[in-house]
Design a protein around this ligand. Structure first.
Ligand code: PHE
Length: 357
């Protein structure tokens, strides 16, 4: 009893205490459902259920009552407390659920939104032609053989029947390294020697695509680097008719079944006889125009029967073996096909050019 005595100015009867509990419950629950944040709920819980809260302060008056009444009011108080605790917890959960829902909604991924466009790359026009050419030769039974871009003077020239100081070397202006015997290949033909030495005496049907380099003035018609596709067939009883038939079949696959071809005599030190293959100008149909410079024909590649000296350098007995070889430039063919006027576009890295293909 001693404990409650200090606040005992006037005693509060049971009915008043019960009314007070009822009032506390009413006020505590009033608008509880409208509270929108957890702090507000916590504050209200503190106000009513906290150590110095309304409930505890109401209970201070229990001591005013006789024992039975005290028990009764105490039970009522506990019920109210229980209901308030329950109501506050429920409101906390409701707020948390709403917050979670809000976050989920804000962070939701709209899968129906169109994605950011990816700047798709594409194959360079020269490489496209290169692949197309390689595909055609593969279909015709030619394996693809990759040969080195850094060569020796011997392979690029000597073994191809151009000994030192041979005048034909002037046709290939060359990038030399600090070692005068080591250079950047000026054509894919040195690959012929590599393949032959690797395969002799087995028959050969290969194409050798790759980059070549020439120490030349860069102009609309010539670049210092460009691709070539070399071809080589070696075997017994291979004739010039095989060369013509094979290259004509190739031209029909690349340029269309109707294309007309012609072979013009030419000269290369590593083939004998040598020729250049032309196709009928597809711009003017052979009548003559600016593209074919009035001739009606477009030069497509160089070719010839492999020179006996070259066969021997490759490890084949030229009295028993023969073969044909050819070389073409995919950039040049791409220029013809798409009427590209300047070979420098291929290395210009200009998207306005590249995106057209
Ligand atoms: N290598 C020659 C060139 O670069 C092309 C060629 C290859 C000619 C094979 C005949 C035989 O011009």
């Amino acid at each position: 009893m001693a404990k409650g005595q200090g606040s005992q100015a006037e005693k509060m009867p049971k009915a008043a205490q019960e009314a007070r509990l009822t009032e506390i419950e009413r006020v505590a629950l009033d608008g509880l459902g409208d509270l929108r944040d957890l702090e507000a709920v916590a504050e209200r819980a503190q106000t009513f259920l906290g150590r110095n809260g309304e409930m505890n302060r109401a209970l201070e008056h229990l001591v005013d009552l006789p024992r039975e009444e005290r028990a009764e009011v105490g039970r009522r108080a506990n019920e109210v407390k229980g209901r308030l605790e329950h109501a506050f917890a429920a409101q906390r959960e409701a707020i948390e659920a709403r917050l979670l829902e809000g976050h989920l909604r804000e962070e939701a991924v709209d899968v129906s939104l169109p994605g950011r466009p990816i700047g798709r790359g594409r194959v360079h026009p020269a490489n496209r032609t290169l692949r197309q050419i390689a595909d055609i030769w593969a279909e015709m039974g030619f394996a693809i053989y990759l040969s080195r871009e850094v060569e020796t003077d011997e392979f690029n020239f000597g073994l191809l029947n151009m000994p030192p100081h041979h005048p034909a070397r002037d046709q290939w202006d060359t990038f030399y390294t600090t070692d005068p015997q080591v250079l950047l290949r000026t054509h894919t033909s040195p690959g012929q020697i590599h393949v032959m030495r690797q395969r002799a005496p087995a028959p050969i049907r290969v194409v050798l695509p790759g980059m070549c380099y020439r120490y030349e003035q860069v102009t609309a018609r010539s670049e210092i680097q460009f691709n070539q596709v070399e071809g080589l067939a070696v075997g017994q009883r291979i004739t010039f008719a095989d060369l013509k038939g094979t290259l004509t079949a190739f031209a029909r696959r690349l340029f269309g079944a109707q294309v007309a071809t012609r072979f013009r005599a030419a000269h290369f030190p590593f083939t004998e006889p040598s020729a250049e293959m032309d196709i009928e100008c597809f711009v003017c149909g052979g009548v003559g125009c600016v593209v074919c410079k009035g001739t009606g024909w477009l030069e497509v590649l160089g070719c010839g029967m492999v020179h006996p000296t070259v066969l021997a350098n490759g490890g084949y007995d030229p009295t028993r073996f023969s073969g044909f070889a050819f070389g073409m430039g995919p950039e040049r063919l791409t220029m013809l096909k798409h009427r590209i006027e300047d070979i420098r576009y291929f290395w210009g890295n200009d998207l306005r050019f590249l995106e057209q293909f």
